[in-house]
Design a protein around this ligand. Structure first.
Ligand code: EPZ
Length: 417
């Protein structure tokens, strides 16, 4: 297995192009199954997860060509609404085939996604929504069987769920009648899915809000070209990285509106940030004010930047607290950050961070996509050499991260472990 070796202490300077959004393209790839057709998706990040999703579409009978961040997906011959365990266990987002299978086949056989490095990842909201729409769902040895013709329903999510909102949207697109989703997720990834489904011919009202109304349409127009939005989590990761190492970096191909809270928090930290329609420039003198942070559903501070934010707060000029209200147990990165010298304590889902002078390079281990990112950022700021193992995690969510960081002056390379 590969590892990443970093000699830290260098500022980041220059320009970096942000890739397409992983969490937008994954449900849009499964949405191509709803209506047979030839689809072209542009600005698709080349990641382990997008390639895994491509393999899943091929397993159900589709064909996928992927070159230079453009993906051609032909779903005309899809005929097997089955998502097997060996794929679903590697990527929870495979569960996004449930809604499309039900829309096209009124049948789905999907392995239950396991938990992940930081704890359980239930899917009860997805199943309750489908049952409210008329699906009969049974569980046979870890495989979920869903069948039945769907009708519209009013769905009230007790908690905001990106995945459950996505699956319910895709299940409602051709259902008989009207579906209302209350307390819907309004992450940019969901708005991108709404835009794709509208282009498919879906009748969806409430874009960008927490209440979505879908009028089921028997006929849709499959087969078109679509551009994926930029990845706000990758962008936020780079912004936090510059705040940690110091320097001046311009991010291209970003939407600053998707990062409102993150940008205002980074200004509180002491960085200078200017942005226009599709770029953000951050300047940092390595002055890091302590700033408390609590994660929340969009437009709040994203849980997918919590680990990266913790790395930053470790080097703040005072103490701070970090609360993850989305995933109470998403703190596996704390043990690894402590190996750089971080002074961290966790009680329930509240992390207390005591600011320290500096990180010291150390060997550490990745545990999930965003924890890996926080370890890379800490290593970039650390004095001395760090080695990060199990970096297949980072390759799930970041395209060519070591090349992008090398382009900004970091001393980082990938080696065989
Ligand atoms: C999506 O996961 C993202 N993944 C995650 O990003 C992200 O952390 C998460 O949303 C929150 O923003 C993709 O989009 C592929 P949820 P998802 O359903 O949809 C609870 C990354 O690093 N819940 O919004 O699985 C759940 O336990 C990944 O890119 C239920 O209780 O998350 C959590 O506490 C990691 N029952 C909360 O809701 C359910 O049926 C939010 O989860 C579903 C969710």
């Amino acid at each position: 297995m590969d590892k990443i070796v970093i000699n830290g202490g260098k500022p980041l300077n220059g320009e970096v192009i942000i890739s397409g959004a992983k969490n937008a393209v994954l449900p849009i790839m499964t949405a191509c199954v709803i209506e047979p057709g030839k689809y072209t998706l542009n600005n698709v990040p080349d990641l382990r997860d997008t390639r895994t999703m491509g393999r899943l579409i091929e397993m159900i009978g589709g064909s996928v060509q992927f070159h230079n961040n453009s993906m051609q997906i032909n779903t005309i011959n899809c005929d097997k609404p089955v998502a097997p365990y060996e794929l679903v266990k590697t990527m929870r987002a495979s569960f996004y085939v449930l809604g499309p299978f039900m829309s096209r086949y009124n049948y789905a056989e999907v392995s239950l996604p396991g938990g992940c490095a930081w704890g359980p990842r239930p899917v009860d909201f997805h199943l309750k929504a489908l049952e409210a729409m008329g699906a009969t769902i049974s569980l046979e040895r870890g495989n979920l069987i869903s069948k039945g013709e769907l009708h519209g329903a009013e769905i009230d999510f007790e908690k905001v769920s990106v995945g459950a909102t996505g699956n319910t949207l895709m299940a409602a697109l051709k259902a008989n009648g009207k579906t209302i989703i209350n307390n819907a997720a309004c992450e940019p990834d969901i708005t991108d899915l709404v835009d794709f489904l509208s282009k498919l011919g879906g009748d969806i009202k409430g874009r960008d809000t927490t209440k979505l109304t879908i009028q089921g349409m028997p006929e849709l127009n499959g087969g078109f070209e679509y551009d994926i939005i930029p990845d706000r989590i990758e962008a936020g990761t780079f912004l936090i990285g510059v705040a940690l190492t110091g320097g001046e970096v311009t991010l291209r191909n970003v939407n600053p509106e998707h990062l409102g809270v993150v940008i205002s928090k980074l200004k509180e930290v002491g960085t200078d940030i200017q942005s226009d329609d599709n770029s953000i420039t951050i300047r940092s003198s390595k002055k890091i004010n302590p700033v408390d942070m609590t994660t929340a559903a969009y437009p709040g501070f994203p849980t997918d930047l919590q680990a990266q934010w913790m790395a930053l707060m470790c080097l703040a000029s005072g103490d701070s607290t970090i609360i993850d209200d989305i995933y109470h147990d998403r703190f596996t990165h704390m043990a690894e950050l402590s190996r750089f010298g971080a002074n961290l304590h966790l009680v329930d889902n509240v992390a207390s961070v005591k600011g320290i002078e500096k990180f010291y390079g150390a060997p550490v281990m990745s545990t999930d996509i965003r924890a890996s990112a926080s370890l890379i950022l800490a290593a970039l700021a650390a004095d001395g050499k760090s080695e990060i193992s199990r970096i297949y995690h980072i390759d799930r969510g970041y395209e060519n991260i070591e090349l992008k960081l090398q382009g900004l002056g970091a001393d980082i390379k990938r080696t065989k472990a």
